[in-house]
Design a protein around this ligand. Structure first.
Ligand SMILES: Cc1cc2nc3c(=O)[nH]c(=O)nc-3n(C[C@H](O)[C@H](O)[C@H](O)COP(=O)(O)OP(=O)(O)OC[C@H]3O[C@@H](n4cnc5c(N)ncnc54)[C@H](O)[C@@H]3O)c2cc1C
Length: 492
């Protein structure tokens, strides 16, 4: 069978592209190397607790929020229930050894009032900083339907880094930590992240913060239902090794088992560094090929999934960022685990499981910490498994010391950079794939090979918001941005 569109990867971006293209009447096939669709996001069960893996909360899902509009247009809103995070503190910061946590309330005005009360001598600087975030956080034509496309993709090379911007708060190092901690959610150190990138991620959460009832798994299942309703096909264990071309345009793909599937459009949503090896030699210009291969990959992570001895409300619809010392966030991977920042989330988004006991702790880590622990064929040796157990115990101790109110914790599982690599194929298990570091032009959807496009978090940004926007951006490039934006306007 010939498809109109083949999409490589059934992550959030691939599923979004599939939904949009199927909605337009195309015959769509989504190919996923993993055994299940949405492998990064679909979470897993351990001892009766559902743990989310690649989705804990999202910004912009509030009533009238731009992410909610995209989900509505995709036909997903009626299939999902959004869970508002704690209004007085959806995110909290704990600086090791200091007094009380600092909470971030939901809503720009409430954040401004709360921070001005805590740091009165910086009130006007705080308000200016938040105004800048408000101005930039949805500065993309699929989030702001009044904005045009002329400036999209042109990263400003002379923009301030977040670290430089936060120098104005040097008399309040805790405030610098609070306003830079969301760098953990996009994987770029504040020294290399632009103020715009930070505004896009942090700003969406400042606006509203929600989880999804049933977690990432419910989100993926809702996408799959809609895809079935639209006649699209999703195939798993379908490892694309070649993107085929004929007569100067894309012709389909070849799978690892040799199967060839023809299509007139192919969209790669996998990490773009993987794309050059899939294309016949000469299709990409050498400079572009090199650019894709050398894109900045975000660090990886160690992720602990643990069970509290007794149910806890400490992380119920609120996250905790634990930072070893005040000042602009340092994501120094050469420091010991205990000296790195840590993000903690609860696991209670699945009401039919024992989630009020579940704790998830994410600490940035380097692939090199595990690379040597697999053999030359990529097989995990017993040394790796022992190391993983030891690290899980060490992380549990660290979490119990940092957040004693959680009580006794039992490690149930752990993800390492190798795990993250298995689930996404991202080089070195990059947690958010290709990041948007300052000075780098991230790839655009259009490529030199007619009919072949890129999408995924590298194109627009990480997270549910970034990946949905990436899907719209790529499909808008194919079908016409004004067509999609027109449809979105009618959904408001
Ligand atoms: C630990 C963690 C926590 C996170 N928490 C949040 C959160 O709370 N909120 C939020 O909004 N975001 C969060 N994110 C980010 C979010 O999960 C990602 O931004 C998003 O899932 C990326 O989607 P994607 O489709 O661009 O990429 P991916 O999900 O990586 O999809 C690419 C797909 O391509 C497949 N693939 C690769 N190569 C091939 C091939 N050759 N053939 C076939 N298939 C292939 C991969 O298996 C993969 O499924 C988190 C991510 C992680 C890892």
């Amino acid at each position: 069978m010939t498809y109109d569109s083949i999409i490589i990867g059934a992550g959030l971006s691939g599923l979004t592209c599939g939904l949009l293209l199927a909605k337009s009447g195309r015959r769509v096939l989504i190919l996923e190397q993993h055994s299940e669709p949405g492998p990064v996001v679909r979470g897993f069960l351990r001892r009766g607790i559902y743990f989310d893996s690649g989705f804990h909360y999202a910004g912009g899902l509030g009533e009238g929020g731009p992410l909610r509009l995209l989900l509505k247009h995709l036909g997903l809103v009626e299939k999902l229930k959004f869970l508002p995070f704690v209004a007085d503190g959806f995110d909290r910061l704990r600086i090791t050894g200091s007094g009380d946590d600092i909470a971030l309330p939901v809503g720009m005005a409430r954040i401004a009032a709360h921070l001005s009360e805590l740091f009165p001598h910086l009130q006007s600087e705080i308000i200016t900083f938040l105004d800048e975030i408000e101005e930039r956080w949805c500065d993309f034509p699929y989030l702001n339907l009044n904005k045009d496309f002329t400036a999209v993709g042109l990263a400003s090379l002379d923009e301030l880094s977040l670290a430089r911007r936060l120098e104005v708060f040097s008399s309040a190092p805790e405030l610098q930590t609070l306003l830079s901690m969301h760098a953990l959610l996009y994987g770029i150190a504040p020294q290399q992240a632009s103020v715009t990138l930070n505004a896009q991620v942090a700003g969406s959460y400042f606006h509203s913060a929600h989880g999804i009832d049933g977690g990432g798994r419910r989100l993926i299942d809702a996408c799959l239902q809609r895809l079935t309703e639209s006649g699209a096909t999703v195939r798993c264990r379908a490892d694309v090794v070649q993107i085929l071309s004929s007569d100067g345009k894309v012709a389909g793909v070849q799978l690892a088992d040799g199967e060839i599937i023809a299509a007139t459009e192919v969209i790669a949503t996998c990490n773009p560094a993987l794309v050059p090896a899939m294309l016949p030699a000469g299709v990409l210009r050498p400079a572009y090929r090199k650019r894709l291969e050398q894109l900045y990959q975000t660090p990886s992570a160690l992720i602990l999934y643990a069970r509290c001895a007794t149910p806890t409300s400490t992380l119920r619809r609120t996250n905790l960022f634990v930072c070893p010392k005040p000042g602009t966030l340092q994501v120094a991977l050469d420091r010991t685990l205990e000296d790195r920042p840590m993000y903690l989330a609860g696991a209670d988004h699945c009401p039919d499981t024992d989630g009020t006991r579940g704790v998830i702790a994410i600490i940035p880590a380097d692939f090199d910490e595990v690379a040597a622990r697999q053999n030359s064929t990529g097989q995990r040796c017993s040394e790796y498994l022992n190391w993983k157990k030891q690290m899980a115990r060490r992380l549990v101790r660290h979490v119990m010391t940092s957040v004693p109110e959680l009580g006794e914790l039992e490690p149930l599982d752990m993800a390492t950079p190798l795990t993250l690599h298995d689930y996404s194929r991202a080089p070195q298990g990059a947690i958010y794939g290709v990041g948007r570091v300052m000075g780098q032009y991230n790839p655009q959807p259009q490529t030199r090979l007619p009919g072949f496009y890129l999408s995924g978090q590298a194109v627009a940004g990480p997270g549910l918001l970034g990946t949905l926007v990436a899907g719209y951006y790529t499909c808008g490039t194919i079908m016409g941005h004004e067509l999609l934006r027109g449809e979105l306007r009618t959904c408001r």
